[in-house]
Design a protein. Structure first.
Length: 318
């Protein structure tokens, strides 16, 4: 995935997700997490080039016709962004905004749409009467609940949540995470949850992928990756988040100097080598593919076992 500027922000990513499964994607700011989320629904800016396959229930989102893509957004897969205030329209009542995807996709109209809005508000823990409120009348946590209700409105198969709780304080963050977890479990929806915070993901997700400089450098069962990361970058991230929601660790994790590289000027060899505490001399010239790192685990580091083949697709929940 390359932006018009020439920045290859996401490279060689292969991930798959089953219905009801929760996949976490972790990494510092600038590692390509949002670019990957936007690519999944073809929401990237014009001029961006994208290669490979993005399969949702077997259909390739990358090559889909525009009309079909429009139908798939919300109804097939929907996205929850970080800043709910910026995603909601300040001059429309939230009930109308939740109903909008239903009206566009004709999944409900009139009274049926109103009933569905009330039901969705209750599912996300808001009184149905709040449908008449404007965004500024709600707290940050309530607005994020509205965004989740909107994402659920057309019964999608997949929800992509990009830093859904980062703007919220720790108590509200925990409530929203529990809400997302409950809804995903109840409705058998696939969830891709993106965060810079490995502890949040380990607590919420089944599997965890760690991104660095646009690539997946480690993948495996969430708890194992958090407790016992195999890639030096995964280790640094997990050491950086001893507690859920530590905002100080958003950029450079503790003990790890520097920043992720600019995608238009990536270092040669392993892109992590300039920051890696255990780099070998060969790391400056030899790039590493994902290797087998134990049952259902892989990591891209010279210190980890034998090479395995990564898939080249992002698969749908079903
Ligand atoms: N529209 C864009 N044009 C060019 N480069 C971009 C654009 N959006 C993001 N980038 C670059 O792509 C890289 C990854 O960004 P992003 O996906 O937002 O990372 P993250 O979500 O992990 O913080 C960053 O270096 C960022 O500067
Ligand atoms: S391949 Fe080398 S530089 Fe890269 S993470 Fe492993 S030890 Fe560090
Ligand atoms: Mg982001």
């Amino acid at each position: 995935m390359t932006y018009a500027s020439g920045a290859a922000a996401v490279r060689g990513v292969g991930l798959s997700l089953q219905a009801g499964q929760k996949l976490g994607i972790a990494g510092e700011s600038g590692c390509g997490k949002s670019t990957l989320a936007l690519a999944l629904l073809r929401l990237l800016p014009p001029g961006t080039s994208l290669s490979g396959e993005i399969l949702l229930d077997g259909e390739d989102i990358r090559t889909m016709k525009w009309g079909r893509l429009r139908a798939v957004r919300w109804a097939g897969a929907s996205i929850v962004f970080q800043g709910a205030m910026h995603s909601l329209n300040a001059v429309h009542r939230i009930g109308d905004q939740i109903a909008e995807p239903m009206l566009i996709h004709r999944t409900a109209t009139g009274d049926a749409a109103r009933r569905r809005v009330a039901e969705l508000l209750e599912q996300v823990g808001l009184p149905a009467a709040r449908a008449r409120a404007y965004p500024h009348e709600l707290s940050g946590g309530q607005r994020q609940r509205v965004m989740i209700a909107m994402a659920l409105a057309c019964d999608p198969r997949l929800i992509v949540a990009d830093e859904p709780t980062t703007a919220l304080d720790v108590m509200i963050q925990a409530q929203i995470l529990r809400l997302i977890e409950r809804l995903v479990a109840e409705q058998g929806v696939g969830l891709i949850m993106i965060s810079h915070d490995l502890a949040v993901l380990a607590d919420t997700c089944d599997r965890l992928a760690v991104m660095y400089a646009g690539r997946i450098v480690e993948e495996g069962p969430a708890r194992q990756v958090y407790d016992d990361a195999r890639h030096p970058y995964g280790q640094a991230l997990s050491a950086a988040f001893p507690r859920i929601g530590d905002p100080a660790s958003r950029h450079a994790p503790h003990g790890l100097a520097g920043d992720p590289p600019d995608p238009s000027a990536l270092p040669g060899g392993c892109t992590f080598h300039p920051r890696c505490p255990v780099a070998l001399e060969s790391c400056a010239s030899d790039d590493q593919a994902l290797r087998d790192a134990g049952p259902e685990r892989s990591a891209a580091c010279v210190h980890v076992g034998a090479p395995v083949h990564a898939e080249a697709t992002v698969r749908s929940p079903r």
